[in-house]
Design a protein around this ligand. Sequence first.
Ligand SMILES: Nc1ncnc2c1ncn2[C@@H]1O[C@H](COP(=O)(O)OP(=O)(O)O)[C@@H](O)[C@H]1O
Ligand SMILES: [Mg+2]
Length: 413
Amino acid sequence: MGQRSRSSRAPQRRLVLNRERELAQLRYALDGALCGRGQVVLAAGEAGIGKTTLAQEFAATAARRGVRVLWGRCGDREGSPPYWPWAEILRTLAEAESAEEMRALFEPGARYIGLVLPELRGRFHVERSSIPDDHSVRFHVADAIRSLFHRAARQRSLLLVLDDLHWADQGSLFLLEFLAQDIAVHPLLVLATYRDGEGAPPLVEMLGELARLGVPRISLTGLTVEGAGCLLARLTGRRLATRVVRQIHARTGGNPFFVTEMATVDIRDPRAIPVNVRMAISKRLDRLSALANRVLTVAAVVGREFDFPLLRAALSDVDEEALLRAVDEGLKTLVIEPLPSRGAEWYQFTHALIRDAVYESISPSRFARIRRGERTSTSCLTKVRTVSARVIGAITTGWSRSNANTIRETCFG
Ligand SMILES: Nc1ncnc2c1ncn2[C@@H]1O[C@H](COP(=O)(O)OP(=O)(O)O)[C@@H](O)[C@H]1O
Ligand SMILES: [Mg+2]
């Protein structure tokens, strides 16, 4: 059936550090699936944390054990047709089969499967007009595709990888939920990845349903200092001083994408922000409201750590409820996180790099306005003065030293 889809192939394997526990958990799930006790497993984490890499590594293991692995990636492009990741999976499956096997797998339910994979309609002579145009269609589609996977898994165990579920359309999410309901009695494993903090309401709702069904979730965190050191050594071809590795680890939180990108700049420069990291962060911030961005700008001037009363004072023109909502936005999207070790209303940027990127993007004019905002609030200024040593320190490390004096003057008059 046509040419084998390039994008449906699993990409090449890469270096995988610090993921022994996660891979063991996935192998355990695979053992169960191979004995007919399938399940859905979720892998979540921020952009660049290594979700796709983990899935690739695990998919390679599964393939070595004779499992048929099919990939579906959700696209972030506008105009991705509904069910896009499932279409990728189905197309790869159809192309891998002989004509006879393909018919046995796809003909039952072709009427509805053809809505996801249009090329089937011609092959099985399905008239578009024979399909009801109401809410029940989603159920029929999900039911037909689920049955197809059950048939395919009976021939050979199946691993379906759904990557970047945060971009999935509602129909795709519904199909995953549908599949999860009775997967436990089939030799079928689904690994679905998504970005924490980026899901639209339909994803959040579906995740709630999956949690109710007992679907396990692997939460990916950054590499250890040793892991980051190892990755940097591999990228730069030399072992870096422990002090430098620690510094990079502290700035990146061990996020392997950030660490990888740090190898593209002068590694000894404690203020360097790689272009790709800057772009990734700016993309993340673009999704926040204008007020949330304003709040983060003020926070970034304070430093990586800041408290709500200080924001409140510095943004005295903003209604408190709106300010609280802006902070919630930052929390929900994982741009900031609570810092209970400092106090009840303390927060910090989840990565020093995010704070640095926000800070660097502040124009001199914006600085002047932040200063004006602070001046209108004496209490804020007093407070700022009491933490001035810390603030100046943060400013000095976040902005080139040549600008530090100007900033000091600008902020503290
Ligand atoms: N465990 C790891 N060990 C080494 N490098 C990793 C690891 N996880 C990810 N990477 C590297 O980090 C970058 C981002 O990983 P990726 O899997 O694409 O992240 P995500 O899918 O979460 O956005 C890639 O260059 C990848 O090779
Ligand atoms: Mg990915």
